[in-house]
Design a protein around this ligand. Structure first.
Ligand code: FCA
Length: 329
């Protein structure tokens, strides 16, 4: 009897100390979340969901905006100096890949990437760095399909429609997204010569607007337009350019990718604009899940999957509330 009692007491004591150890561990964990464009609603949402993971698990999240390579490297040094154990980054330049890996190693930081995958000097992905991104080609195809469906619903002659391809081809996920859209357009009879490249210098609305203006000015003969690009901001820029060119919303179909405030604010306008829809992707998975995966890696040594690709869902001004609810947003 006595032996049993002792055993039970011993078990309870060790369980208690295990609990308090893990609580203390969580408090000691510090994780950086570095993003290339902190003002973009998508990244604000990613941070919001990463914060939720930090609150739930009790670790510290340090959010840093890094708009260029120098700032990204400095952010990693800064995190190292603060005693962080891990960093999740959406880098301003994927070609920084080997440099970022070296800097993270030098600071003894575990490294994960989100959204934009690091590449080496030959443009090949750094497969050893765990990454969560979107299924770029598939989501691009969904954009293309939504455009084709609208062209048909509006009774347009496919051969008389122009397409603005807002491009940022130095970023592989951006190129895959627009190429996915183009493949579906072409399969449905869209003329290749009516697809015009509008290269943006930065991935924001203003740069997209400037690039799209050039295309529209050069091709004033076309009266119906569709637009696609890397994200909602790219397509919003193109849609704003069609408005400047005097085109009506009924003659424009823009489909973005994202589904954060950039597109929601557009859907909330009293009258529809040429921004017809957006493929809603999940800032919750990209923020909450990456932060949780990093926390587990730091605290238990369990390395995250090397590659996780997330999906998206089309939403329009009529459906976005329901789609967001379904996605837990
Ligand atoms: C890239 C884009 C962002 C977002 C993310 C998933 O980083 O720049 O707008 O689409 O991929």
């Amino acid at each position: 009897m006595r032996l049993w009692k002792n055993l039970i007491v011993a078990c309870a004591v060790s369980l208690l100390s295990a609990f308090s150890a893990s609580a203390a561990d969580a408090k000691d964990v510090k994780i950086g979340f570095v993003v290339k464009q902190p003002e973009e609603p998508w990244f604000q949402d990613e941070w919001k969901f990463a914060d939720a993971a930090a609150k739930e698990k009790g670790f510290t999240l340090v959010k840093i905006g890094a708009e260029d390579g120098e700032k990204a490297l400095a952010a990693i040094d800064n995190l190292g100096a603060q005693g962080a154990q891990g960093v999740i980054i959406c880098t301003p330049d994927v070609k920084l890949g080997p440099g970022l890996v070296a800097r993270a190693n030098a600071n003894q930081l575990k490294l994960m990437t989100v959204d934009d995958r690091l590449v080496d000097s030959k443009g090949r992905p750094l497969e050893k760095v765990p990454h969560m991104g979107i299924s770029a080609t598939k989501i691009g195809e969904a954009v293309g399909q939504a455009i084709v469906d609208q062209i048909k619903a509006r009774g347009w002659n496919m051969k008389e429609v122009g397409a603005i391809r807002v491009s940022y081809d130095q970023l592989p996920t951006a190129k895959e997204r627009v190429e996915g859209a183009i493949s579906v357009l072409k399969k449905n009879g869209f003329l290749a010569q009516n697809i015009f490249d509008a290269p943006q210098s930065k991935t924001d609305t203003e740069a997209a607007l400037n690039a799209a203006n050039v295309v529209l000015n050069k091709n004033a003969g076309l009266k119906k337009w569709v637009a696609f690009g890397l994200n909602d901001e790219a397509v919003l820029g193109a849609v704003r350019a069609t408005e400047t060119a005097g085109l009506k919303a009924a003659d424009v179909v823009g489909i973005g990718i994202g589904g954060s405030d950039a597109s929601i604010n557009e859907f909330k306008k009293s009258a529809p604009t040429g921004f017809y829809g957006s493929i809603i992707i999940s800032p919750k998975r990209h923020g909450y899940e990456t932060a949780l995966n990093m926390f587990n890696w730091v605290s238990t040594g369990k390395e995250p999957e090397k590659l996780i690709l997330t999906s998206g869902e089309l939403a329009t001004r009529d459906t976005y509330k329901d789609v967001r609810k379904q996605l837990g947003l």
